[in-house]
Ligand binder design. Structure first.
Ligand code: ARG
Length: 424
C-alpha cells in the first residue's frame, strides 16, 4: 500500500525542504501539501501554489477564514489577549491543524507533518490537534535538527524552488486577526524596529475619526449602522483603524517552553473590537461579574495561547461567558486617533447605571438619602484602623520593655564598675 503523508505547506523554506525529506528520511511514497486560508495575503497562496507546482506536489488549499473569524469574535467575548497580544497566530493554529487533518484523513494518509522548529509554540498547537488521530505525527525540522543554513544548502543541492520573498529579512505570520513580525535584527530586544516592518498600520498622525460599533450578545454586528459579517467587519476595521496607526505591539513574549522572545504585532481590528467590547461590559456587568470575568477571561486567553481552545475547561468558561454576554448588547463610540482606539461613548438598554443615583444633583434615590451613607462611612476602614492601632500598641509595649531592660543592664554595669570589675 502506498504510504501517504499530509504536510502543512506554506511554500517557505522549511516546508519546502520537508517534501523530499518525508520521502528520503521517513520512507513515505507520496506527500500531499495542504495550505489553509485564514486570511493571509493572496501573494502567500501564489507562492505556495508556485512552489508546489515546481515541486510537483499534490497541493490542496482549504478556506477556513469564516470559521477562524468566528473564533476571533469568540475571543472578543473573552477579552482575550496573552501578555497584551490578541492571539492571532495562536487562535489560527488549531483551525489550520484541524483542516489539514481532515484533508489527510480524506486522502487516506498515514502520516501528518509540519515544518515547525523545536523552539516555538506552533509545534505544540499543531500536534495537540493531530495527536487525537492515529496518524504518525512528523516534525522533520525538529526531529532532524535542521538549521536554516543546512536547509539552504540542501535546497540548492536538490534544486528545490526557494523563493526570495520575505525569507531572510523577517519571519512573518499573517491572518485576519494579526500580523506577526519576528526574527532577524528584531531578535535583539534593544533594536528599535524600522517603520517598514509595519504593513497594516500607518505611522500615527493627529487625524481622527469617530466610529460606532454595535454589539449583540457580546458579538460585534454592525459598524456605523451597517450590518457586517465577521470576516468583512474584521477586514474593514483592519484598514480603517490601521490607517490611524491603531494596534501595534512591541513586546517580550513568554513562549510555552519558557523562552522569552521579542515580538512585533499589528492588529488594528482586534484592538478596536476588544476595546469597544470591554467598554460595553463596563456599562452592563456588575462589579462582581466584571471582577470574576477577568479570571475567566485570563484562563480563556491562556488556553487560546496554548492552542487548546477545545479543552473542556474552555467550554466550561464559555458557559459563564455566554451567560454574561446576554447583556452585552448596545452601541460603543470609538475615536480612532494617534495609534489609539479609545472608547468615547457607550449605550445599552442593559446599563447597570442610574444617572440619578450617580448624579450630584439628586437627593433621594430608591428611598436612600445622601446622609444614609454616613453609617457606611463610619464603618469603612474600621478593621484596618483597629489592626493598625493594635500593632502600634504592641510595638510601643515592646519598645518600652526593651528600654527598661537596657536601663537595668546599664545599672548592673555601673554596679560592676563600682565593684572594680572589668567588662570587656
Ligand atoms: N509568538 C507568536 C505566537 O506564538 C507568533 C509567532 C508567529 N510566527 C512568526 N513566524 N512570525 O503566537
Amino acid at each position: 500500500m502506498t504510504q501517504r503523508v499530509a504536510l502543512a505547506f506554506s511554500g517557505g523554506l522549511d516546508t519546502t525542504v520537508c517534501v523530499p525529506l518525508l520521502e528520503e528520511e521517513y520512507g513515505y511514497d507520496e506527500v500531499i501539501g495542504v495550505t489553509v486560508d485564514v486570511g493571509q495575503p493572496k501573494a502567500e497562496f501564489e507562492e505556495a501554489e508556485e512552489t508546489a507546482a515546481a515541486l510537483d506536489l499534490e497541493h490542496y488549499v482549504v478556506d477556513a477564514t469564516e470559521e477562524f473569524a468566528q473564533l476571533c469574535l469568540d475571543s472578543v467575548r473573552a477579552n482575550a489577549d496573552y501578555q497584551g497580544y490578541p492571539l492571532g497566530t495562536s487562535l489560527a493554529r488549531p483551525v489550520i491543524a484541524q483542516a489539514i487533518l481532515e484533508v489527510a484523513l480524506e486522502h487516506d494518509c498515514t502520516g501528518i507533518a509540519h515544518g515547525c522548529t523545536g523552539k516555538g509554540n506552533d509545534q505544540l498547537r499543531f500536534e495537540a490537534v493531530w495527536r487525537s488521530s492515529d496518524l504518525e505525527v512528523i516534525a522533520p525540522v525538529r526531529e532532524l535538527g535542521l538549521t536554516r543554513e543546512w536547509e539552504m544548502e540542501y535546497a540548492e543541492k536538490k534544486s528545490l524552488p526557494v523563493q526570495g520573498g520575505n525569507e531572510g529579512v523577517w519571519s512573518i505570520d499573517t491572518n485576519i486577526w494579526s500580523r506577526s513580525i519576528e526574527g532577524g535584527h528584531l531578535e535583539d530586544p534593544s533594536y528599535v524596529p524600522p517603520e517598514d516592518i509595519y504593513e497594516w498600520t500607518t505611522t500615527p498622525t493627529g487625524e481622527s475619526e469617530t466610529i460606532e460599533l454595535e454589539f449583540e450578545n457580546g458579538y460585534p454586528v454592525a459598524l456605523n449602522g451597517e450590518a457586517y459579517g465577521p470576516v468583512e467587519l474584521i477586514e474593514t476595521l483592519n484598514e480603517l483603524a490601521g490607517s490611524y496607526g491603531v494596534g501595534r505591539t512591541d513586546m517580550m513574549e513568554d513562549r510555552m517552553l519558557g523562552l522569552k522572545v521579542r515580538e512585533n504585532y499589528e492588529h488594528p481590528a482586534a484592538t478596536t473590537l476588544l476595546n469597544a467590547h470591554e467598554g460595553l461590559e463596563q456599562l452592563v456587568l456588575t462589579k462582581e461579574e466584571r471582577d470574576f470575568k477577568t479570571l475567566v477571561d485570563n484562563e480563556w486567553s491562556q488556553k487560546g495561547y496554548e492552542g487548546l481552545v477545545d479543552a473542556p475547561l474552555v467550554s466550561a468558561l464559555e458557559g459563564f461567558i455566554e451567560e454574561t454576554q446576554t447583556k452585552v448588547t448596545g452601541t460603543v463610540t470609538i475615536k480612532l486617533q494617534g495609534g489609539q482606539a479609545r472608547v468615547v461613548g457607550r449605550d445599552s438598554e442593559y446599563a447597570v447605571y442610574s444617572e440619578s443615583a450617580a448624579s450630584f444633583n439628586t437627593e433621594t434615590v430608591d428611598g436612600i438619602k445622601q446622609e444614609d451613607a454616613t453609617g457606611v462611612a463610619k464603618y469603612h476602614g474600621f478593621q484596618s484602623r483597629l489592626a493598625n492601632k493594635v500593632t502600634a500598641a504592641v510595638t510601643e509595649a515592646a519598645n518600652k520593655s526593651k528600654e527598661s531592660e537596657e536601663s537595668e543592664e546599664s545599672e548592673e554595669e555601673d554596679t560592676l564598675k563600682a565593684d572594680g570589675g572589668t567588662f570587656e
